[in-house]
Design a protein around this ligand. Structure first.
Ligand code: GLN
Length: 308
């Protein structure tokens, strides 16, 4: 059995401290031990880019020793780097992350892109015709369902400042993180607590976007430990076949004044045909679009209605 608490040797350079921590993390069998050590070292020392490399020959600062030991010990126990640094970038925007929220993934950036692109096609003015006769343009009503850190909602609010963006989550802890992320990035987003579409009952939505939990419950045990033991189970568990949240959202659609003209979901490997079928069965969308991610996995399913 290897050591589980990391204690650094005294009087080392920053480079030696990095090498020592990398080999500790390698023994702990965490993923990407060297990259983890580098990210945590830069975080603990408050150094970025070239300044980090320039500092490598310097003595390790004594006053950062206990922070460094704690960070490496936590990473050695499998905690993701992002929960230790409390930060993950998404779409070039800094997001605070805590164990109350899923760490935003790069493939979700493509969902944001796809939504912006389809919205531009449906509403070239970036706004919708008023619902009352002869009225002026009104802002598009967009809802991010199961917002977690707020990554999708905050990014859309910043990219499409004319939209009215709201977001729901069942977790109050997640909503607190999401609200801080909106405020810190100067995004206008309203946050509502509740299960999926439920907080929007009786309302009008033009756009729904969601990256809900979609892992089949029985598969959670087989995930890498960084995810399984540290990311929130509510953010992962999609019920027996992983499709529970999509089905519930389709069942909740009649709660809205009308189905949204644009809907977009993220999903797991092998789920695209099933989710596309759920959208087809709902009968509201004329076009069902399946978008692959950069690894070629069918990752997003969009529904577009051409009817006004
Ligand atoms: N919508 C958030 C994200 O994309 C949270 C997703 C989740 O927790 N399932 O990062």
């Amino acid at each position: 059995m290897h050591e589980t608490t990391f204690v650094m040797k005294p009087k080392q350079t920053i480079r030696e401290a990095f090498i020592e921590a990398s080999s500790f993390l390698t023994e702990c069998a965490v993923t990407e031990p060297q990259r983890s050590a580098q990210l945590l070292l830069a975080h603990v020392l408050g150094l970025e880019g070239a300044a980090y490399y320039m500092a490598l020959p310097d003595p390790f600062p004594e006053e950062r020793k206990s922070l460094w030991e704690q960070a490496i010990t936590r990473r050695g126990a499998g905690e993701p780097v992002q929960y230790i640094t409390r930060e993950q970038e998404f779409y070039g925007i800094p997001f605070e992350v805590t164990p109350a929220v899923l760490i935003p993934r790069p493939e979700t950036e493509l969902l944001v892109e796809a939504m912006l692109m389809q919205a531009k096609r449906l509403w070239p003015e970036g706004a919708a015709p008023s619902r009352s006769e002869g009225g002026a343009l009104r802002p598009l009503e967009c809802a991010d369902i199961g917002t977690g850190s707020g990554a999708i909602a905050v990014t859309l609010a910043l990219q499409a400042p004319r939209w009215h963006v709201r977001a729901s989550d069942i977790s109050d802890g997640a909503l607190q993180v999401a609200a801080r992320n909106a405020a810190a990035n100067g995004a206008q987003v309203a946050f509502l607590e509740g299960n999926l579409l439920e907080p929007f009952a009786g309302e009008w939505l033009d756009i729904i976007v969601s990256n809900p939990p979609y892992i089949p419950a029985a598969d959670i045990a087989g995930l890498q430990r960084e995810v399984r033991d540290h990311e929130p189970r509510t953010a992962l568990d999609g019920g027996t076949d992983g499709l529970g949240p999509y089905r519930i959202m389709m069942e909740q659609l009649p709660l809205l004044k009308a189905p949204p003209r644009l809907i977009g979901f993220e999903l797991g490997q092998g789920q695209a045909q099933d989710v596309a079928e759920l959208l087809r069965a709902a009968g509201h969308w004329d076009e069902i679009i399946i978008v692959p991610d950069l690894a070629g996995i069918e990752r997003h399913v969009l529904g577009v209605s051409n009817r006004l």
